[in-house]
Write a protein that binds this ligand. Structure first.
Ligand code: HEC
Ligand code: HEC
Ligand code: HEC
Ligand code: HEC
Length: 313
């Protein structure tokens, strides 16, 4: 046997030994939602605020809403909102206790609906580099590695305004790619709401706010722009694949409104011309820390006094 052949055989057997391990890891490694009780241990204040919002409380009442039955019937499939795939992706969280445990539908949208499924990032995101290391004495190199690793594993940090907005829009824009335009069309016909005035600043800075300090006007402007970019990208994609006139019309309105809201924002022209996720990310990266409140500040809507859950300015 020549050295080259031996080496090849050796590598082949090594690969055959490794494939099941790698393959198995991948199957188990798919991140899953662990549920808010898990986060509560360290994020008590955030959990308390969340429990007071509709995101938590809705699961107790939404299936009893006067239109729920009609919407379910129109879409077809399981007659129970919690079990029906066309409802449960938005109206419940899919909690899983371990990699092999069966996922259970619980309460409404929760931490991981916005911040990403946590099984991959939970350990790494909160570890400053050892038992006795705290936030203020974490080594800078460790910090950047920790942030990069947690992000790669799916953590959506507060600063990732575009990624958070993408998550809001999937539900509030009725824009989940895994549900067909046809099914959404049937839901709309049965009077499922699509709130065309959903805007991320107005909807996040009211009762939903679970961060101690009110955000600066520069941050709010960034959040507004991120929200419009995510709205435009999701509306454009969903309008393109729609087989329902009603649904398509609703998505085209979302796209047109977002385009108007982005006028004059540096770098928005390319996104408006071609509304792709890549163009939205390129625009957000180019904007960086620029303060755009002078450009979009006056476009950020405020809720009326009758909307007690939303941001009133
Ligand atoms: C063992 C304690 C612990 C647990 C459990 C935990 N976290 Fe954290 N989390 C932290 C710490 C500490 C930080 C601050 C990290 C830093 O200083 O960068 C943090 C930061 C975060 C941030 C980023 C905040 C920012 O500044 O952008 C988010 C989002 C977050 N956690 C979400 C969650 C979610 C969701 C869960 C549950 C699935 C969870 N965490 C579970 C301790 C924890
Ligand atoms: C793409 C995400 C999504 C899907 C899928 C979805 N919903 Fe909704 N649903 C929402 C959102 C977001 C709201 C809140 C809309 C608003 O008022 O802005 C809502 C509101 C409702 C309401 C009104 C609740 C209230 O308090 O006014 C009912 C009833 C409802 N949905 C039933 C259903 C049923 C039944 C299904 C399945 C056939 C379903 N939804 C599928 C996102 C979704
Ligand atoms: C509906 C979406 C949503 C849900 C649900 C949600 N968050 Fe957040 N979270 C946000 C947004 C939006 C921000 C702030 C973005 C910004 O800074 O502009 C944020 C900020 C945070 C921060 C940063 C706080 C700071 O001081 O900067 C932490 C930590 C956090 N969330 C943890 C959690 C935990 C834990 C839960 C569940 C108990 C949770 N979030 C539920 C959307 C959500
Ligand atoms: C997994 C789906 C989902 C995601 C992601 C999501 N929401 Fe929601 N949200 C809902 C549903 C469903 C309701 C309606 C509950 C009901 O009325 O029964 C709702 C209700 C709300 C309400 C209460 C509105 C009212 O009239 O009182 C606010 C505010 C809100 N969402 C803000 C946000 C923001 C901001 C984000 C992103 C940071 C977000 N949501 C992300 C599904 C979602």
């Amino acid at each position: 046997m020549t050295v080259a052949v031996f080496r090849r055989l050796f590598l082949l057997s090594l690969m055959m030994m490794l494939i099941p391990i790698i393959g198995g890891r991948q199957a188990v490694g798919e991140p899953y939602v662990q549920g808010p009780a898990f986060c509560e241990e360290c994020h008590m204040d955030e959990a308390k605020s969340w429990a007071k919002t509709k995101h938590f409380t809705t699961y107790r009442t939404v299936h009893k809403h006067k239109r729920a039955k009609k919407i379910l019937k129109a879409v077809g499939g399981k007659k129970n909102m919690k079990r029906n795939k066309s409802c449960n992706v938005c109206h419940y969280s899919n909690e899983q206790k371990s990699p092999t445990a069966k996922a259970k539908k619980k309460y409404g949208p929760s931490c991981e609906s916005c911040h990403g499924a946590s099984s991959g990032y939970e350990t790494v995101h909160a570890d400053y580099g050892g038992k006795n290391v705290r936030r203020d004495n974490e080594a800078p190199a460790h910090k950047s590695k920790r942030i990069a690793e947690a992000t790669a594993a799916g953590l959506v940090w507060a600063s990732m305004t575009y990624d958070i907005a993408v998550n809001c829009m999937k539900c509030h824009g009725l824009a989940r790619p895994e549900i067909s335009g046809k099914a959404f069309g049937k839901m709309l016909k049965a009077k499922h709401p699509i709130n065309q005035s959903f805007e991320i600043v107005m909807f996040s800075q009211g009762k939903m706010r679970h961060w101690p300090k009110a955000r600066s006007s520069a941050r709010l402007a960034n959040l507004f722009v991120a929200g419009q970019a995510a709205k435009l990208v999701s509306a454009n994609a969903m309008a393109g694949k729609s087989k329902s006139k009603k649904y398509k019309k609703a998505q085209l309105k979302r796209a047109a409104d977002a385009k108007a809201a982005l006028q004059g924002v540096p770098g928005a022209a390319a996104l408006i011309q071609s509304p792709s996720d890549a163009n939205a990310r390129a625009m957000m990266t180019a904007i960086g820390d620029q303060d755009l409140s002078g450009v979009v500040g006056s476009r950020i809507p405020c809720a009326g006094a009758d909307h007690e859950n939303l941001h009133q300015c």
